[in-house]
Ligand binder design. Sequence first.
Ligand code: HEM
Length: 463
Amino acid sequence: MAMLFFYAATIASIIITILLVLHVLDRKRSCKDPLFIDWPLFGMSLQLLYNLSQIHDFLANVLNRKGGTAEFMGPWFTNMNFLLSTDPMNAHHVFSKNFENYVNGPEFRDVFDVFGDAIIATDDLEKWRYMKSLFLSLIKHKGFDIFFEKTIQNKVKNSFLPVLDHAWLQGTVLDLQDVFCRFTFDNTSLMVLGFDPKSLSLGFPTVEAEKAFDDIEKCLFYRQMVPKSVWKFQKWLQIATRYESLDAKLLRDYGFNFFAAGRDTIASVLTWFFWLVASHPAVEAKILEEIEKVFGAVDRGNYKILSTEDVKKLVYLHGALCEVLRLFPPIPMERKKPIKADILPSGHVVDSNTNIVFSFYGMGRSEEIWGKDCLEFKPERWINEKGGIVHVPSYKFISFNAGARTCLGKDMSFIQIKIVTSAIFQNYRVRIVKDHSDEVTPSLSIILLMKHGLKVKITKRQV
Ligand code: HEM
């Protein structure tokens, strides 16, 4: 009996060893351009986990050093392998030229299940075209522009500026990121649901739905970092199956997509903008100078909220915002999957099992695209000789995505951000709290916010 057990154990060990050797050989064969060393069992995940707190900078550096495209092999038997890229020609190929061959894929819809079946996540081209035309007919409607402008202007005047005034009078430290998130949450709710939850009010009330959004975004990032089986099991433990009617689900999906698209993306740009501008006084002076040149000396204290037509004249401010979007893209990565096998312009072969991840963050900091000064905050790079905005193709300036599925809220976003920033600039000076700059680091979330918020002091500009 003991002998029998011995033989069985020996045969089992030989089979396991052969399988492991084959597995290692298979990984070596399929990975021609490794991102890091592929360790037994853990694959390349150790380096990633070790650098998790600085993941975007870390990946940007490694990818740009490796010529823009490399392969990441996850832990053994987890199916977490990715082809990572910052190559603009690959982006052009995937998002524009060969767009119908590249989808979000079932894994994406699994991880991002909260997006449901609406415009951002759907891979059904018919459905997507229909939803896109619906969305465009809404925002191109004559009445929408006026409704949009009035909603933003009222919110800035009646909620945003009074909160800043209060912080100035009390001399309190303000988390500006929290203020922006509340502002965009109320606005989106007003536009999508016709209801103002007034999360941006003195006293900063807790609005459960707003907090829930932060949690969802962090959870979606986490799901991309751990094997599927782990988060599936956690989900199974946490949620009991609920009944939801089809109509209610569709409505919720549409609502969630608009909240996700418009809320934290805008808050992210506003937050990084004020951080960059506070540390670049020359840029701050030029923005103020432009506002005063276009609209005359500002009547401080008499809040003038600019209109959509007004803010279109602020070219330097536009350039500064493009710089923020380049250096801190609110959606720092995007993943795609081919339907059929294909060869990318970088020479990498992909098939229906390949997960391609574009680091938009890395593309914004690529020397190949932006030149040697790619890490500097220079609004001037966006201004042409005629004083207009330099056109950069979307597969290079990719913060709003590229090709057919380019963000539909791009123009709206610029208008909203410019109305808010110009209102703040005319009336207040924003200063980062001493020592807080050391704490400024991106959060681990699908939207690039600041992990510890943006702590500032507000003073009123003198007449
Ligand atoms: C600075 C702010 C914003 C940035 C950086 C941004 C960025 C993006 C990106 C990267 C995508 C592609 C997402 C994907 O395919 O996974 C996208 C899609 C989209 N965005 Fe935005 N977005 C912003 C604001 C908005 C706003 C305010 C709206 C309007 C409510 C909006 C509406 C949409 C829609 C509808 C799509 C889906 C487009 C499609 O698949 O055809 N976005 N956006």
